[in-house]
Design a binder for this molecule. Structure first.
Ligand SMILES: [Zn+2]
Length: 196
């Protein structure tokens, strides 16, 4: 995801849109908007169906996406909605969450300052996208369970640093690793790296 820059323009809220088209690039939207008489693409960010975030208009420039509400806002568009059956893809929703959250952090924007286009104008945009989907905080990646090999490598490293030693251990060490843990790890290590 592109880094959200801190620009001089006063940014106080975020507006979400859909393109009402098939999945298209920021470059294509740029062409469309120029044809409509804009200087360039009106949105600041474009979120593709596969979750890729593309940069549109420079954040420092006022966008062209929500009538009367462009001066202090960021316009984000999700590609799609070429039919009424459209739903944003999960990857798009996740990307939107992360992008919105990054913009909120950079510009100190509260959740109440995140809008769907339809809340600010007479439009159905952005279709079935809901604010709950955007406001669900990005999930932190769960720590992957270590494989047996990785655990063994860890034991191996500790063993060689003298951190695991069944004959002597300091108070400090025993508070970190119990006897049982130590002997278990040693057993595991010996099983994976048997002494010849
Ligand atoms: Zn819109």
């Amino acid at each position: 995801m592109p880094k959200v820059p801190k620009v001089k323009r006063k940014i106080t809220f975020i507006v979400l849109h859909y393109t009402a088209s098939k999945d298209v690039s920021a470059a294509t939207i740029n062409i469309w908007h120029k044809q409509r008489g804009f200087r360039e693409i009106g949105y600041h960010y474009v979120i593709r169906e596969n979750g890729t975030v593309e940069v549109g208009r420079n954040l420092n420039k006022i966008g062209a996406h929500t009538r009367g509400k462009n001066v202090n806002s960021v316009g984000i568009v999700l590609t799609g909605h070429n039919s009424l059956a459209w739903y944003p893809s999960n990857k798009q929703i996740v990307a939107a969450r992360h992008l919105v959250s990054a913009i909120q952090d950079t510009y100190n924007i509260r959740d109440s300052e995140i809008y769907l286009h339809r809340e600010l104008g007479n439009t159905s945009c952005p279709g079935r996208l809901t604010k709950e989907q955007i406001l669900a905080k990005p999930k932190k990646k769960k720590k992957r369970k270590k494989t047996e090999q990785e655990r063994a490598d860890e034991v191996y490293r500790r063993y060689y640093k003298g951190k695991i030693d069944n004959t002597k251990h300091t108070k400090k060490e025993s508070s970190v690793i119990s006897y049982r843990q130590m002997s278990e790890r040693k057993k595991l290590w010996l099983r994976l790296f048997p002494r010849k």
